[in-house]
Each structure stands twice: as structure tokens, then as C-alpha cells.
Unconditional design. Structure first.
Length: 300
């Protein structure tokens, strides 16, 4: 994906706002920051609208969108972030310090408030639009073949051969980013002898949360998206050990969609082992269990 241009329009303004960084190829993953510009005054108004134009390379399609953002929700999160600020280098660091936009094939657009944590505040749909490639990319293309060559070069530099073959064989997975947002009643659990006090989790919908306190019953019963990364600390062989696990998204989605259907409570159980690559993980409900095989557990 590539941002052509965009603006977060300040609350109450007609056009004035803060521009969205453009010109780079977005390939870091959903919800992962890749282009960030630090400009202007340290303190800025919050936005209540987003205008954006972008290009989907795999589709060879331009999109445009103008969206109303949930200003009250954004304001509440920033206020909460200031109220719970942490002292770092002799200054208060709020939880939320940035607003980020993500775009995906099919015209999907999402906005997150981000910093130490990350929360999705908007999810919407842009519409297809025809733009002149030379004007959009700021390049003097001679003809359509020149445009195709440019797009192919970017695709080859920003994707793997396996990813390109998957698109060629199975097509673009339209709807995947909406699927990332499905919520489940799930909690992490641990095998006997392991009692982490908290976990940190990133989710497929791009959100991230620190310090999920496992003894907090209210927290355990909140609906959440499927995790894309989980970290925790526990004792193994008498030594305090940090585990960082990256579940494989399609395997994990399939397990949650089967076992967590119709609001059924789901558990994700970890059996910590050394070396860390030998950890075991299963997803289960009160009747069935599925062992995960394709995750990655960091080791060092």
C-alpha cells in the first residue's frame, strides 16, 4: 500500500489539520507503525475527520475517503493517557502520544490512538477513484507500460516470492482485516507450576495492551481480538524467564473461530519449557482442544 496524501483535520476546523506521511510503501503489518513525522508544535488539537487518498499496489487501484472520527472517544483516551502518565527521564509520558492510520486492499481504513498502548478508534471503507498516476506519484511516466513496470518493481522489493505466489494463486484476501476485528471471550492460562502475574498482548486488529493483570476478574471477562503476540514472565527450572510468543494468524484464527463460536468461553494455555522454542500452546473450551503448531517462540 502507498499513501498518496492525507490529513487529520482538527476538531472544529474546515480543512486545517496535520498531514499523514506519504510516499513510502506500507508493508510492516497491520497496526504496525512504519512512517512517522515529528513536526510543528509539541501540543496540537485532536482531529475529528480524516481525508485520505491511497494506492493498493496488488490491485493497481487508487482509493479515496473522507471519514468522521469519534472525537469524544479520542479525547477520552488522550485524557486517560495523561491521567495515567508515567515518569520517564524526569518528565511525564502520557500513554497515548500519536494517532495512526492504516490502509489495506479493498479500501479498508483504520485509525488507532497509539503510544505505550494502542487502541483502534475507527474502521471504515474508502471508495475507488481514478487518479492520474504521474500526478499521484509525482513521476513522469511515459505510458501505461511504464506505470506497470514501476508498480511491479515496488511489489518485488516489498513482498516475498511466496507472498506474490499466494496472491497469484488465491487472490487478495479481501475481508481479512475485518476478520481481524472479531472479538472473543478468551483468557490466557498456564500449566501447573506457572503463575505469571500479567501478560502483554498485541492483537490481530492492530491493538496493543500492557500489563493485563491476570488476577483481575473483570479484565479476564472482557471480549478481545485474537492475539498476534503474547509476552509473560514465569519461573522455569528455578529461573525467572521471559517468553515472547507469536501465534501464526491463520492457524490461531481457525482455532478461535471453531472453539469460540456463539460466544463460547475460550482459553489459550501455555506450557513454558526451555529452550523457549519448545513451549507448548493449545486453545480449548469446555469440550474441545486444539494444539497450535505454527507459532514462533523467541529464544536468545
Amino acid at each position: 500500500m502507498e499513501i498518496i496524501r492525507g490529513t487529520f483535520i482538527y476538531h472544529g476546523e474546515a480543512e486545517k489539520g496535520l498531514y499523514v506521511p506519504s510516499g513510502g510503501t506500507l508493508s510492516a503489518g497491520w497496526g504496525q507503525p512504519i512512517s512517522s513525522h515529528h513536526v510543528g508544535d509539541e501540543f496540537k488539537p485532536l482531529p475529528d475527520r480524516l481525508k485520505i487518498y491511497f494506492f493498493s499496489l496488488a490491485e493497481r487501484q487508487f482509493y479515496e475517503g473522507e471519514f468522521a472520527l469519534p472525537y469524544d472517544r479520542i479525547l477520552a483516551l488522550f485524557r486517560e493517557g495523561v491521567a495515567n502518565a508515567k515518569v520517564l527521564h524526569d518528565r511525564d509520558l502520557p500513554i497515548y502520544t500519536k494517532i495512526m492510520v492504516g490502509v489495506a486492499p479493498g479500501g479498508t481504513v483504520a485509525v488507532w490512538v497509539t503510544g505505550q498502548d494502542r487502541k483502534e478508534v475507527f474502521f471504515g471503507q474508502a471508495k475507488k477513484v481514478e487518479l492520474n498516476p504521474s500526478a499521484a506519484f509525482g513521476l513522469p511516466f511515459k505510458d501505461e507500460a511504464d506505470v506497470d513496470s514501476y508498480i511491479q518493481e515496488i511489489l518485488e522489493s516489498s513482498t516475498t516470492p511466496e507472498e506474490r505466489e499466494s496472491i497469484k494463486k488465491d487472490g487478495i484476501p479481501f475481508g481479512l482485516w475485518a476478520r481481524y476485528r472479531n472479538l472473543y471471550d478468551w483468557s490466557p492460562t498456564f500449566t501447573a507450576g506457572h503463575h505469571p502475574e500479567k501478560v502483554n498482548a498485541s492483537y490481530l486488529n492492530g491493538e496493543y495492551g500492557r500489563n493485563w493483570i491476570l488476577s483481575d476478574k473483570e479484565e479476564l471477562n472482557k471480549l478481545r481480538p485474537i492475539p498476534s503476540r503474547i509476552s509473560f514472565t514465569t519461573m522455569v527450572n528455578g529461573k525467572e524467564t521471559i517468553f515472547i510468543v507469536h501465534p501464526e494468524e491463520f492457524e490461531t484464527m481457525a482455532a478461535f473461530e471453531k472453539l469460540g463460536a456463539n460466544g463460547k468461553k475460550v482459553f489459550m494455555e501455555f506450557e513454558p519449557r526451555l529452550p523457549r522454542t519448545q513451549i507448548k500452546i493449545r486453545v480449548y473450551n469446555d469440550k474441545e482442544s486444539i494444539e497450535l503448531k505454527r507459532f514462533v517462540s523467541e529464544d536468545w
